[in-house]
Design a protein around this ligand. Sequence first.
Ligand code: NDP
Length: 496
Amino acid sequence: MERYYTLAEGCPYASNSTSVQVRGGGGGLGLLQDTQLIETLAHFARERIPERVVHAKAAGAYGDFTVTNDCSDITSASFLNQVGKTTPVLLRISTVGPEAGSADTARDVHGWAMKLYTDEGNLDWVFNNTPVFFIRDPIKFPSLNRSHKRNPQTHLPDPNMFWDFHVGNPEGFHELLHLFSDRGTPASLRHMNAYSGHTYKFTTKDGSFKYVKIHIKTTLGIRNLTKEESTQLGGENPDFLIQDLFEAIEQGNYPVWNVYVQVMDPSQAEKYRWNIFDMTKVWPHEDFPLRKIGKLTMNRNPQNYFTDIEQAAFSPSTLVPGIAPSADPVLQARLFSYPDAARYRLGVNYQQLPTNAAKAPVYCPFQRDGLMNFSNNYGADPNYVGSSLQPTKFYQEVKGIGPSALSTLTEHEQWVGQVCSFQSHITDEDFVQPTALWEVLGKEPGHQERVFGNVAIHLRQVKSSRLRHAVYDLFSRIAPDLGAGVQKATEALVSS
Ligand code: NDP
């Protein structure tokens, strides 16, 4: 049937552009009975939902993940267990600190949130475009982000706060070097990598597991902007990266990434030089080479940005059998805080929204009611566990498999320890991997010099000479020439 205009509750209406008025003397008085006017105005005032406190500005697209290499020896995840098997994906790529209206070419870490709608439920990979992070104790997460956002008095982004935080928490200097390298300003989201950062576990039906880190690498080659280009684009087209991704997909120019894992046996973790639960560290490729498992192709734009992308909610706790979290304390905290943020931003039934709803069957009758529940709410089914009147069936019974197949529920390991604060003090070991990165950058002509300039235009705004010198000292712990180069470039700008 042809579509015709109605009010929100279906009442056909003759006009959508005239309010009802009692007219006289050239003016008009509104009437409470003008439901169209009242609903139009009331709904407009409520169009915005809370902006994400981090990762507000983003592009998004749909696509497919396809298994390219057998990895059934390391995971029982159903979506990974057959070469050629394809799983639909939603991807949202964001900057972190700035607001939704900010320039997406600004220097920032980029978030990479991916929802794989697998045949055993949704799997979210909530990654970044850098392999490490600024902190390794989750208590610091709000402070880190506030220091990258606006000053509480001036309401301005504030390099004084930014560098003050990082000098006080120098475990982040590895990530800072990534941020102020060319990769801090990607030229295109299609030409960018993503990394799990955290260690995860791949689990198998026999109850064993491997530690893994996941790498998603563009097949198009890395491309970055210079600081001059990113500044210019920030003024001329603050949505440059969103536009680039949308138009490429619209033109059938689909970006493709290869997906790899680094795989570590738990026995290796015990003796390894690096704490694999410390998010400020990578596993060097030499120790743990990449193993290809699949490829990702983004091939469909959202139909509606709000319903598809803005209402999307991602969480590292959204896992499927065969993949499990590790004991990384930052990951453990994110398992709580991401769904918590979604409940606040979208409401307690956010998992029912079309973009978040699993494509696999969902039967979760002990999660019911709540604001904006628009499911059938499980009808008359028992809303308590242990019913003999209508016993709950479990996956392993229906499929005829053992309970250990649901490996996220299986005890793989036993932990014995003391209750303590996670050690976040700094040692020389914390500067070893940043030094390796500094050497990697040194292999590209001019890259190290660009880092000096990238830091200098930001750090020059720090008023305190003591604070600036503390930054030089920390960069010098990575490499004396890095500290000296940053100092020279910054102080030249300060005194100019
Ligand atoms: P490798 O020499 O084996 O690897 C260095 C890696 O650095 C490359 O594989 C590449 O990763 C990445 N890289 C290359 N150019 C740049 C750049 N301009 N900016 C940022 N990263 C770049 O050495 P290691 O594995 O021992 O790592 C050395 C350092 O490289 C690490 O301390 C870390 O900072 C950085 N790195 C390491 C990664 C890892 O997981 N081991 C991943 C990414 C960076 P890619 O192919 O993923 O682009």
